[in-house]
Ligand binder design. Structure first.
Ligand code: SF4
Length: 456
């Protein structure tokens, strides 16, 4: 299948692509599945399983389900509007299905948190059942939120991503080897190859406008994060840091001349800003997930600010990063619930390393090397968010990942692209490591920092 740049970089809402955006999309799809039967529905029951149940409250899955059933999709939802809608549903215990048909909806009985019960296909599963006035089931459907906001229903779930039909493209690729071979044969950069594939699906102008809109949304998120102070929601009382760090960097601008690593303070700031916005339920771009949404914007901004970035360079950054993200999506996973944080911050780090390497003029072999280095040193990264919130370690982890991505690209640029471990090998290793990883480290908040904080 073709994984488009616009599949990986999507406008969405925080705090989680798999636990917020995915369930919201699943609810909208259930409404579509109901079709004309919607008018007969008097009650909807939603069951959340495994990771969705264990970290769903911290990841705002309950809010997402309400909003989806009310007909809102992540790309169009205004975060302020979301608060109002959820508040009204909770106060009235009534919900307008798809904004068109009012039913009773009591979260305490209609939302079932099924705890550790895991459906065999995927740890992020949710089942919707709609009932009529006689309490007969009108429809029942299971959906799986498989990471990055991607959703599959029970029929689609058996498909391997690589087997899914997709639009024809001139340079299809399923592995890093195929990507490099196709690019060499066509005498294209990786960004050029992805551009050719994308332009088979839409005109050049639409592609460039879309890429520029993604970049603008990423930068708008950075700006909002830098000017917003206060405590993040969720009960952990995590203080936003981006606001203070920004004030401090602005007040000490001279330091950037004396301190050779001052640029990293800015990279840290930009990543913190985005992930604090994400944690607050704000508007973000999946890259490739919400939990890892700050890493790519921070590295892209670093390229812009410290390497005099150009429009072409920024677009090439995203196109190249998308090629790498597609390889992980096809051959491993971008879901923390499936493979731990390797699949979120690890993949984002690999994508960003490739992106900035490309923007800085790296050869295709050096880009592949940069992506490989970045993942090699994220192997085994667990997902253990405290309180089930996308805050600790997630926010700071994006800053650390951004710096690592820049270093991976620099390391690759010092070489000629020759290296021992191929990107395909490291992706296979990441997948296997994720399979071997205990479930307590895969977005369940049953292990790691999530349970050991008190003893530390
Ligand atoms: S630890 Fe990583 S994978 Fe887990 S919620 Fe945070 S960012 Fe996502």
């Amino acid at each position: 299948m073709t994984v488009s740049v616009f599949d990986l970089f999507k406008l969405g809402i925080g705090p989680s692509s798999s636990h917020t955006m995915g369930p919201m999309t699943a609810a909208v799809r259930f409404l579509q599945h109901l079709g004309p039967a919607l008018s007969r529905v008097v009650r909807v029951e939603v069951a959340l399983y495994a990771s969705l149940a264990l970290t769903g409250r911290g990841h705002a899955t309950d809010r997402a389900v309400i909003l989806g059933l009310a007909g809102f999709s992540p790309s169009k939802l205004d975060p302020d509007e979301a608060d109002r809608v959820v508040g009204e549903v909770r106060a009235a215990r009534r919900l307008s299905l798809g904004g068109a048909h009012e039913i009773a909806f009591d979260e305490t009985t209609d939302l079932k948190w099924e705890g550790r019960t895991r459906l065999p296909q995927h740890p992020n599963a949710l089942k919707f059942t709609a009932f009529d006035a006689g309490d007969e089931a009108v429809a029942e459907r299971i959906y799986f939120s498989i990471g990055g906001g991607f959703v599959r229903d029970q029929d689609e779930m058996g498909l391997n991503t690589r087997d899914e039909p997709g639009p024809p493209t001139p340079y299809p690729f399923d592995s890093g080897v195929e990507l490099l071979e196709q690019a060499t044969a066509a005498d294209l950069t990786i960004a050029g190859l992805v551009r050719a594939n994308e332009e088979a699906m839409r005109p050049r102008q639409a592609l460039d406008d879309g890429l520029d809109a993604i970049i603008a949304a990423m930068y708008a998120c950075i700006e909002r994060g830098m000017r917003t102070d206060g405590i993040l929601p969720g009960g952990l009382k995590v203080q936003r840091r981006a606001y203070q760090v920004h004030q401090s960097l602005m007040a000490n601008a001279d330091r950037s001349i004396a301190d050779p690593l001052a640029a990293l303070d800015w990279v840290n700031l930009w990543a913190l800003a985005v992930n604090e916005e994400n944690a607050a339920g704000g508007r973000v771009v999946t890259a490739p997930t919400n939990g890892a949404a700050g890493l790519l914007p921070a590295v892209l901004r670093f390229y812009d600010r410290f390497h005099q970035g150009t429009a072409e360079g920024r677009r090439n950054f995203l196109l190249t990063a998308a090629a790498i993200g597609a390889l992980y999506k096809k051959n491993a996973s971008i879901s923390g619930a499936e493979v731990g944080c390797q699949g979120e911050v690890g993949v984002a780090c690999s994508m960003a390393a490739a992106g900035i390497a490309a923007a800085l003029g790296a050869s295709n072999a050096q880009i592949e090397n940069a992506a490989e280095i970045a993942m090699e040193h994220n192997l085994g990264l667990t997902c253990d968010p405290i309180g089930g919130l996308v805050q600790i370690p997630c926010i700071e982890r994006n800053a650390m990942g951004a710096v690592k991505a820049i270093d991976a690209a620099r390391l690759a640029l010092l070489g000629d692209g020759q290296h021992s471990v191929s990107l395909d090998k490291v992706i296979a290793t990441m997948k296997r490591t994720g399979e071997d990883m205990s479930a307590i480290y895969k977005e369940t908040s049953l292990g790691g920092l999530a349970v050991n904080l008190a003893e530390c």
